[in-house]
Design a protein around this ligand. Structure first.
Ligand SMILES: *Cc1c(COP(=O)(O)O)cnc(C)c1O
Ligand SMILES: [Zn+2]
Length: 566
C-alpha cells in the first residue's frame, strides 16, 4: 500500500433554534440545550474560502471533491463507489419542444444503484462507519433501501430495511440481493416509518433519521455544487467562479434534495462562488401532495395526507415532516413553487423524455419533468430562464400499464421452413412469407406534410410523429415546395408554419384553399409567436387548429392530428 495522508475535517453541529454548537463526534438527535430537532452541520468556512475553487482542480469529478463541506471527519472511513459527478445534460429536443432553450437535467440515473440516493447512502454509511455503528434500521419507499443496502454491504454494516408493500417487487429483490433484511409492511410509507422506529427502539439498533439526520441533507448539497460548476458560463452574467441556475426542479417526498441544494447555495454565496440563490420548484403527485396543499392554504406546518392515492410510490410520503417548514419559508421569501401533477401527467412526461431525448426514467423522476411542463405553461417559469431538473432515478422494469396494449407488434413467421441443417443455413434469409407479414404493418398509414423552414423544428415534429410509428412524413422547407408536395402527395393532414421567408404560411394556406384538389386537406398551423387580431382573422375558417410552438407536448399534438386525420 502506498503511504497516504488522509484528509481530516472539522465538523460542528449547530442548533437551528438556539444556535448551540457542539463537535460532531457521536450520533445526535436533538439539541442538548433546547431540545430542537433541526441541527445543521457547520465547517471552517474561512479555510474553505481560501482553498476553493483552486484546491478542487486536481480532484476527480465525484461528490467527494467537496470534502471540506461534508460531515465526515476522517477519510479513512469513506465508503465510496464513484457516486456523484453525474453529467449535467442539455435536454436538446425537449428544449425545442417547449420553446425554452436552457433546460438541463442532472442525470442522477448514473449513480451506482441508479438514483440520487447514492449520494445520501455513500455519506450516511461512511458516517455510520465513523461513529462505529455496525447495524442499522432504515425505512424506505424503495431507492434508499437499495442504495443503503449496496453501501452497507461494502462497509460491512447490517441493514434492516422496512419497505411499504407497495414498492415494486423488483426493487425489493435487489435489496434482498445485497444481503439486507427486508421487512414488507402492508401499510403506507408513513406507517412503515413508525413500525421501523418501534423496531429500532425496541432492539436498541441505530436508526437512520432521513431528513432529520445530518448526512442526508449534507450529501444532497453535492448536487448543487456540481450543478454550479457544470452550468455553461455564458448562461450566467455574473462574474463569479461558479453559476446559479434560475430554477432547480425536483419531485419531492421528504424534501431532502431541495433542502440540501438550498443549503449548498447558501454556502456558495458565503464563499463568494456564486452571487445569488436559485428558485426551488418542488413537484408532488396530486394524489399525495401534502406540501402543495399546505402551501396553498398558507399553513406553517404541513397537514399530512393519510391515504395517498398515487402510483408513484417512490414519492408517496403523506407526512412531509420538517422539510415543509423549511421549504415553504424559502419559497415564500425567495420565490419558487410547489406544484402537483397527476399520475397521467407523470406517465406522459415519461414517454416524452424517453421518446424525445432518449432518457428513460422512473415515474418519480418524470414527475419533476411533468411539473416543469406545467409551470412553463402557467407562465411561472419563463421560457428564457435557466432550468435544471433533477432526473432523480432510473427506470426499473417498465411497468406494463405505461405502454398500453399495443406496445409491440407480432409478426407471424410461416412454419413451413426447411428441415435439414444445410437447407436451414442456405435459406436462413427472410422468406416471402415473412416479407408478406411485414407488409401487413404498413396498412392504415397516415401521411403528413410538414411545411416548416426551421430544420430543427421539422426534425422535432417528425420525431414526435414517428414515436407513434404509423406516419409517412413529407417535409418541405419553404412555402412553394410545400404547395408542390401537397398537390403531389395529397397528405391526410398538413402541419404548417406561418413565418417562412418567401411564400409564407398565409400564402400557402390561401393557395391550397383556392385549389379544389387540396382545399379539403386539414391544416394545423404551428406558430412561433402570439398572433395579432388581424392575423387571426386571416386564418379563421381556413384552418383546423392553431398550435403555439413550444406550447404543446407531443401527446396534445398527436391527439389533434389523430382527430383530424382519421
Ligand atoms: C427519494 C426520491 C425522490 C424524492 O426526494 P426527496 O428530496 O427526499 O423528497 C425523488 N425521486 C427519486 C427517484 C427518489 O428516489
Ligand atoms: Zn438548541
Amino acid at each position: 500500500m502506498t503511504k497516504q495522508s488522509y484528509f481530516k475535517n472539522q465538523v460542528w453541529l449547530e442548533c437551528a433554534s438556539c444556535g448551540h454548537r457542539t463537535h460532531f463526534d457521536r450520533p445526535v438527535t436533538n439539541c442538548e440545550k433546547c431540545g430542537g430537532e433541526w441541527i445543521d452541520a457547520r465547517y471552517d468556512y474561512n479555510a474553505v474560502e481560501q482553498a476553493w475553487p483552486d484546491a478542487l482542480q486536481n480532484r476527480p469529478f465525484d461528490m467527494w471533491r467537496y470534502r471540506e463541506l461534508m460531515p465526515l471527519r476522517d477519510d479513512v472511513h469513506k465508503v465510496t463507489m464513484g457516486e456523484g459527478g453525474t453529467p449535467l445534460l442539455h435536454a436538446t429536443n425537449l428544449s425545442l419542444m417547449l420553446g425554452a432553450p436552457h433546460v438541463y437535467f442532472k442525470d442522477e440515473r448514473q449513480g451506482p444503484t441508479g438514483s440520487f440516493k447514492d449520494r445520501q447512502a455513500s455519506l450516511a454509511i461512511s458516517v455510520m462507519k465513523e461513529l462505529g455503528i455496525t447495524e442499522a434500521v432504515v425505512a424506505s419507499t424503495g431507492n434508499v433501501a437499495i442504495s443503503y443496502s449496496a453501501y452497507s454491504a461494502l462497509a460491512g454494516i447490517k441493514m434492516w430495511t422496512f419497505l411499504t408493500s407497495l414498492v415494486p417487487p423488483e426493487k425489493m429483490h435487489e435489496v434482498a440481493l445485497y444481503g439486507s433484511e427486508v421487512i414488507k409492511v402492508t401499510a403506507t410509507y408513513d406507517h412503515t416509518k413508525k413500525v421501523a422506529a418501534d423496531f429500532a427502539n425496541r432492539k436498541g439498533i441505530y436508526q437512520d433519521r432521513g431528513i432529520r439526520g445530518i448526512s442526508a441533507r449534507e450529501a444532497m448539497k453535492t448536487l448543487a455544487f456540481e450543478i454550479a460548476e457544470q452550468l455553461p458560463p455564458q448562461l450566467d452574467p455574473a462574474n463569479t467562479p461558479w453559476r446559479t441556475p434560475d430554477w432547480y426542479i425536483q419531485a419531492v417526498s421528504g424534501g431532502m434534495g431541495p433542502v440540501g441544494v438550498w443549503k449548498a447555495f447558501e454556502e456558495m454565496v458565503t464563499l463568494g462562488l456564486v452571487d445569488r440563490m436559485p428558485k426551488l420548484a418542488c413537484i408532488q403527485a396530486a394524489g399525495c401532495a401534502p406540501m402543495v396543499q399546505s402551501f396553498e392554504k398558507g399553513l406553517e406546518e404541513a397537514e399530512p395526507i393519510l391515504n395517498p392515492q398515487t402510483r408513484v410510490i417512490t414519492i408517496a410520503t403523506g407526512s412531509p415532516g420538517p422539510a415543509y417548514n423549511y421549504l415553504s419559508r424559502v419559497i415564500r421569501e425567495h420565490g419558487g413553487a410547489f406544484e402537483a401533477v397527476t399520475d397521467e401527467e407523470t406517465f406522459r412526461a415519461m414517454h416524452v423524455m424517453a421518446k424525445l431525448d432518449g432518457v428513460s426514467m422512473e415515474p418519480a423522476a418524470a414527475t419533476a419533468f411533468a411539473g416543469l411542463f406545467k409551470l412553463i405553461s402557467k407562465g411561472v417559469i419563463k421560457r428564457d430562464e435557466v432550468i435544471v431538473v433533477n432526473c432523480s432515478g432510473h427506470t426499473f422494469p417498465v411497468e406494463k400499464h405505461l405502454l398500453g396494449d399495443e406496445w409491440a407488434r407480432t409478426v407471424e413467421v410461416p412454419q413451413d421452413l426447411p428441415k435439414t441443417q444445410e437447407t436451414v443455413k442456405a435459406e436462413s434469409r427472410p422468406t416471402e412469407g415473412l416479407l408478406g407479414s411485414l407488409e401487413q404493418l404498413d396498412e392504415h398509414v397516415q401521411s403528413i406534410a410538414i411545411i416548416e423552414d426551421d430544420p430543427q423544428a421539422r426534425l422535432l415534429l417528425r420525431r414526435i410523429l414517428q414515436t407513434r410509428g404509423d406516419y409517412r412524413v413529407f417535409e418541405a422547407a419553404d412555402g412553394a415546395a410545400g404547395i408542390e408536395i401537397v398537390r403531389q402527395e395529397h397528405p391526410d393532414i398538413i402541419l404548417l408554419d406561418l413565418m417562412m421567408p418567401g411564400v409564407d404560411g398565409f400564402e400557402v394556406l390561401e393557395s391550397l384553399k383556392a385549389d379544389e384538389t387540396t382545399s379539403d386537406v386539414p391544416v394545423i398551423v404551428i406558430s412561433a409567436k402570439e398572433l395579432t387580431q388581424d392575423e387571426r382573422e386571416r386564418l379563421s375558417g381556413q384552418i383546423d387548429k392553431l398550435m403555439q410552438k413550444g406550447n404543446f407536448t407531443d401527446e396534445e399534438l398527436l391527439e389533434e392530428i389523430l382527430k383530424r386525420a382519421a
